[in-house]
Design a protein. Sequence first.
Length: 263
Amino acid sequence: MDLGLKDKVALVAASSRGLGRAVAEELAREGARVVVCARNEGEIRAVAAEIRDQTGAGVLAVAADVGVAADRERLINETMGRWGQVDVLVTNSGGPPAGPFESHSAEAWATAVRQNLESVVELTRAVLPAMKARRWGRIINITSIAVKQPVDNLILSNSVRAAVTGFARTLANEVATYGITVNNVMPGYTRTQRVVDLANRNAALRSTTPDEERQVWERQIPMGRLGEPAEFAAMVAFLASERASYTTGASIPVDGGWIRGLL
């Protein structure tokens, strides 16, 4: 299937590892020009070189923390300076720390909002006017299965990512007539460092082992295994494509069947 992404410009936030990196790699394989960013300059430049070597795609690396306004502005400016547009925006940020409500300070809540909600709103604000002018665009937010079925011990993520869902669903209606789609993709338990860290945290709280925590998740997943980042990235690439032009306002799980709800 030709996804129609050749020479489109895709900005993938927080893309040095995990789901973000997998998405950047997948879009590059489809012929898109990709902007990758992360806080560590050496790391993100190395990732860009690897993706460039593997795919032959144009890749721009920018050291930026999407939770910091000045970094976001520089990210957009460097992208526009290199390629003059953003056709596909994939928002992403590291998940907030795990823990119950009383373990998180007011500053922890404020940080979660900056990293996981404000970054989505402000990156969207930066790219949307030009997308409307061209009457084409794709905005895809990486959220979590927790917005449909809250995950124990993840109150920050459950709360803030749900706000992203409300923002995206509303925006989708506002921009649909401009040929712009806005969708969320909800990763389930996927083999990333975030999930490794969560298993370690849960094991410490429950006096179990990380392997035992992983096995609990696997028993909850009808497919009986964790997902792979490439499986998640394939869904994002489809939503970024020409072929997905009539899909908007959706929150799509990539979770092996973990969510039990009908909707």
